[in-house]
Write a new protein. Sequence first.
Length: 137
Amino acid sequence: MLSSIALCFLASAQSLPEPILRTGNMPIYPPIARAARIEGEVKVAFVLNEKGDVESVDVKSGHPMLGDATADIVKSWKFKMPNLVRTKWTYDTIFKYHLSGKELELNETAKLTIVVDSFHRIDVLSDSYKTETQVSH
């Protein structure tokens, strides 16, 4: 009985507290990636300090044209942290970038849709522009 209580306590002690995202820059679809029609997931790990500031960001996977923009967004995040003794926490997030399939003329404005499930998963959907070979002269 005592050993099962100890295991339950150990399991709960190892789970990370869920901070609350308070502020941060709005995600964008990097213009160069959109022009190159690059889509995909970017997986990022980041470290929060006791104040809720992002101390470091590590892009684990994803296209480089998407990774730098993702890291910049995550660096802008500010969290409300739970009152615990621990001073640093590491979390993961996934940004999924995809194009809507709608191709616009150069004089039109692309629609950007952001879906935030939580800070753990963010979808970024954008229209794209017709390439020069598609534009009739």
